[in-house]
Design a protein around this ligand. Structure first.
Ligand SMILES: C[S@@+](CC[C@H](N)C(=O)[O-])C[C@H]1O[C@@H](n2cnc3c(N)ncnc32)[C@H](O)[C@@H]1O
Length: 329
């Protein structure tokens, strides 16, 4: 039986929510295997795929598979994502290590050939580093994972300005030549580089739900803002607690995701409802990583309220449809 939110909750939403593929929806939350949702998506449709697949580590939501069986499952999901990806679209596959008898096997190394064989082009191998995790005793503690960013063609969307970060020395000026006295750096900030220090979602993180390995919203916001435009579709085939959908909707994109575990689909749905009612708190994208030495006061969590233009437009459209239906009644 597939999960459906209770009727009254569906009516209360200003978003068009669907539970199967629907190109007219704002958000599709599919309870089931991602391959079944992917089979419904037309070719060249989705602008961005962002996901963190299961790592085959026997987390509460996964059975440990033989490595080869796991890789073949990943290959099928990757092929279907590539098929449904728009010509100017991107795929971001976020992975860490598979651990077997104390040996680590970097999953990006094993998965890269699947993308390469499909003709996808690697633009960056982004290193996401964070402060919290297991303390290893027989090797160094792992504190980073990677995001493989591929595009389908050389003509792809990349908006750098919305994701620039503060310059280290913002008032630094050229000291000689024709630009002497002018600011030497871009006043909008600098390129965030391919090394991202963003806290992972552990116990005291403001976004923590009961899902054991959520994305931080700010990690996905950076991908959504740089690789899509407003109104584009963002897909997460292994959606978990719906973080990709939250980040997409926060920036007026449309969101689609699949998740096998009913409890996580419910959490994703509840988080979207909280974001609509202005009650979802997230860590702000521009907040620096906490440094106990600095003595600086940290920016408080940001409250999300999905009231951006796409939804206002939607409501206006609905108002017009309603008035038209009254005229013809
Ligand atoms: C690493 S977690 C993703 C967490 C997610 N990024 C978030 O922010 O919550 C992977 C998720 O994929 C789900 N999953 C595993 N196999 C799946 C499949 N074949 N189709 C859909 N979901 C699946 C698991 O239940 C798990 O919640």
């Amino acid at each position: 039986m597939r999960y459906r939110p209770p009727e009254e909750k569906q009516e209360a939403t200003s978003l068009r929510v669907a539970h199967e593929f629907d190109s007219h929806a704002d958000v599709v939350l599919y309870h089931g295997d991602c391959l079944d949702l992917l089979a419904q998506i037309p070719n060249d449709f989705v602008k961005l795929v962002v996901t963190s697949p299961p790592y085959n580590l026997r987390k509460p939501y996964e059975d440990r598979l033989e490595l080869d069986t796991y890789l073949q499952q990943q290959r099928r999901a990757i092929e279907e994502c590539a098929r449904s990806l728009a010509k100017d679209g991107s795929i971001c596959w976020q992975v860490g290590n598979y651990v077997h008898n104390g040996r680590i096997i970097p999953l990006d190394v094993l998965l890269y050939p699947f993308f390469d064989r499909l003709g996808l082009r690697l633009r960056n191998r982004i290193v996401w580093h964070f402060g919290h995790g297991l303390h290893a005793s027989r090797r160094f503690s792992g504190r980073y994972e990677v995001i493989l960013w591929f595009t389908k063609s050389d003509d792809y969307t990349f908006n750098l300005d919305p994701v620039r970060v503060p310059q280290k020395y913002p008032s630094k000026k050229h000291y000689k030549g024709s630009k002497k006295g002018q600011l030497s750096g871009n006043p909008l900030g600098k390129n965030p580089s391919d090394m991202w220090g963003i806290p992972n979602v552990k116990a005291n993180h403001v976004e923590k739900t009961e899902h054991p390995c959520q994305f931080p919203v700010e990690l996905i916001e950076r991908l959504v803002l740089s690789m899509t435009d407003e109104g584009d579709w963002v897909l997460d085939p292994f959606m978990g607690a719906g973080t990709t959908a939250i980040a997409a909707l926060m920036h007026s994109r449309k969101a689609m995701g699949a998740e096998m575990v009913e409890r996580y689909v419910k959490i994703a749905w509840e988080r979207i409802r909280l974001a609509e009612s202005g009650d979802l708190r997230v860590r702000p994208m521009d907040r620096p990583v906490y440094d106990p030495e600095s003595g600086e006061k940290m920016a408080p969590p940001k409250t999300v309220h999905l009231g951006r233009p796409i939804y206002q437009l939607r409501l206006l459209e609905r108002g017009a449809e309603y008035k038209a239906s009254r005229r013809h009644a």
